[in-house]
Every structure is written in C-alpha cells, then in structure tokens.
Design a protein around this ligand. Sequence first.
Ligand SMILES: CC(C)(COP(=O)(O)OP(=O)(O)OC[C@H]1O[C@@H](n2cnc3c(N)ncnc32)[C@H](O)[C@@H]1OP(=O)(O)O)[C@@H](O)C(=O)NCCC(=O)NCCS
Length: 283
Amino acid sequence: MNYNRRSVRWIFDCSKWYPTRQDWIVASTSIQVEEKERIGKFFFKRDAKNSMAGRLLMRKFLTVYSGLHWKDIQIFRTEHGKPYFVNGNDIPPLNFNISHQGNYAILAGEVGDVSVGVDIMTVEYKSGNGLSEFLRLMHKQFSADEWNIVTKKDYSEKEICRMFYRIWCLKESYLKAIGTGLTESLKEISFNIKDEQIQKNQFITSTEITVRGERLDNWSFHEIMIDNDTFAAVALFPKNEVLINKFQPLTFEELVNEAEEIIPVDPVYCDTFFNKENLPNSK
Ligand SMILES: CC(C)(COP(=O)(O)OP(=O)(O)OC[C@H]1O[C@@H](n2cnc3c(N)ncnc32)[C@H](O)[C@@H]1OP(=O)(O)O)[C@@H](O)C(=O)NCCC(=O)NCCS
C-alpha cells in the first residue's frame, strides 16, 4: 500500500500530572487488561503513572496512524518484552518504542519499515568515592574507546557522569531497537561520540555505532537533551534522513484525546492507585 513515511516524537511530563480520580478512570479503562494488571503491581505511584503514560502514548500513536478505533488496537509483546503492533490490510507498518524514567514518558514512532528504539536517562550525579566505585562496577559494560571518552583527563566529575549516562542511553536505545534489551553484551556495542558537548534542546546526529568491531553505517542515532540533565536517544534502522529534532509535549487531554473504553471501570483499582506510596519528594 502507499503511505507517507512519518516520524513521530512525543513526550509527556509525568511530574506535572497529578491525576484526578476521573483521569485515572479514563486511563485505566483505556488500556488492555494485562497492561492494567502490570501497572497495578508498581509499588510507587510515580512508576505506575509513568508506565500508564507510556501505554497511552503507544496506543495514541497506533490509533492516529492506523486509522483504527482506539478500542480495536491490539498491542503484543515479543518474548523479550518489546511491545509491537501487527498491521492488517490497508494499514501502514507502524513501529514504535517508549521509555519512561524520572519525570518523563517518551515515544518514538515510525510510519514505515523501520526498527526503532528510544531511551531516556536523567543523570544521577556522583562524586568522590561514590563515583570511583560506580565507575569500577560499570567499567566492564563499556568498550575501551567509550571508556577513554567517559574518563577523559580534562573532564570534571560532573562531565564524567554526563558522558556515562549519555553513552548508556545510546546503548539502551540500540538494544531496544533490536528488541533484545539488556541480554546482549553491552561492551561489544561501542559508540563513537563526535560531538562531545550537548546542551538543552540541542539535537545531535553525528554519533556512530560499532558492534563486535564492525561499524554499522546503516543505523542512525538521534540525540536530544530534554532538560539540563536528561538525555534522550532514538536508534533507527535503516538510517532515517527525516530529522525530527524535537519531542512534542502532550498534555493529559491530548494523550487521551482518541481514547475509548476497553475494559470496565474498576473502583478498587483506582483506590489502590491513590493509596500507593509517593517517592520521596514527589506527589
Ligand atoms: C528493554 C529494557 C532495556 C528497558 O529497560 P529500562 O531502561 O529500565 O526501561 P525504559 O523505560 O527505557 O523502557 C521500558 C519500556 O520499553 C519497552 N520494552 C520492554 N522490553 C523491551 C525490549 N526487549 N525491547 C524494546 N523495548 C522494550 C516497554 O514498552 C517498556 O515499558 P512498559 O513495560 O511499561 O510497556 C529492559 O526491560 C530489558 O533489558 N528487557 C529485556 C529483558 C528480557 O529479555 N526480559 C524477558 C522477560 S519479559
């Protein structure tokens, strides 16, 4: 079938979402039952919120770009846990991936035959012995070239932490695009960072990947800083020349604009959500 290649990048700031009971009813009746059960198992409210936002992001993407009704979308998972959609007749191939960490849930979606993986990472700064011990433990997950750049001589402790998380984010985006997750050997996936400095809202496409010693020229990596301490990376195969350089922020109303009830209201489930623990310093 004929379709227009499209790239979609959405972000939802979960830290600014204080769901009302009605929000949670809408959200929790608009997802598949196994998704609802999974989200129900989170101990902390923030994790349940982030995961819920991720599920709504993917269902919105699939609804908008398939032309199907929200309630007719069926999302499957591979044996390694990657969610996917099977496009029927007259529906373009729809590939997507989500990540949720810290304040945000994000989606990278592709209309077309593209493998896509996305990851978001907020830097956790460490210093002194804490940093040395962290680096000692994580060293074996990085290639020699990567380690040289993470621990570059003129880097401050802050810059070391930032480069560490940036490369980690790239590694996860690739592993999520191929769908294996962290079951692959991370050391054999090596990133060559050409632009070392990256600022808020800056968009970088120059980073290259080598896997088991072979440079993979047909992959592209789109990196963007969401805020001063948060990296996002999108891995794409084959290389995508359509450069979407920004994650478009969505409100909760936009997130559920197309939503339809899939499963019945469950008042006990809602009570359980509002009784979940808050993380320290969060609501
Ligand atoms: C994929 C993985 C790296 C993501 O971990 P993370 O960085 O903590 O989490 P992120 O927020 O970036 O991404 C989580 C989302 O990625 C997606 N995801 C899960 N497994 C995935 C995989 N193998 N590949 C791509 N995406 C995956 C899901 O949508 C998940 O969110 P959801 O469960 O709420 O829908 C990690 O879960 C992993 O290594 N999984 C594979 C392990 C495995 O094989 N498990 C088998 C049993 S399911």
